[in-house]
Design a binder for this molecule. Sequence first.
Ligand code: C5P
Length: 218
Amino acid sequence: MRFLITAGPTREPIDPVRYISNRSSGKMGYAIAEAAIEVGHDVVLISGPVNLDPPPAAKLISVSTSDEMFDAVHRHVANRDVLIMCAAVADYKPAKVSKHKIKQRDEKLSLELTPTRDILASLAKQDRQVLVVGFAAETENLQENAQNKLRAKNCDIVVANDVSGSDSGMESEENEVTIFFRSGEIKEISRASKKIIARELVKLFANMRENCLTKKMS
Ligand code: C5P
């Protein structure tokens, strides 16, 4: 199958030397890319800035801003079977990017932020062939927020993790996830290395995509 995977954070520039970003390490997305390659899938990996070596067999597309990630996803989604939006895309970006480095001054400075374009929500729901998987990093009301995200962003699946602790989720080697399906079904993968979780997720996504195809053909 053909997978399109996004990973890592985005950087939203404030001026030529400063940006807004987040703590995403890219480990979960890279682990999913590796796990998919291990079992023979074709992988395009769209990555924000991270300190990780990409799997050699993946086609790597490096991006920095949410706008670059938006364009890269739209350019590569056609003919893909599974899209996994694991990237921690910034939800806001500075309304204006200063051409010059902002000077230090002895007074308050406010930054006006504007929402970024939502990549998941921008993918048409009707007639699409690709299985769309979103990720939700939550610090409260995991189930409610993940299920709302599933509907609001037109996902087939949302994989949610609780990032309120320091021992799982962002930057960590381990994770535990709850998987929400459009049908209302919920599955849990208990605490394990991101590598093991990634293998389970790849199996699950490939099966689900296979079942969609079988249904369409019969
Ligand atoms: O709302 P939140 O940012 O928590 O949603 C997370 C999910 O939405 C992730 O799958 C992320 O990749 C995706 N996302 C997106 N476009 C954005 C922001 C988030 O596709 N601008």
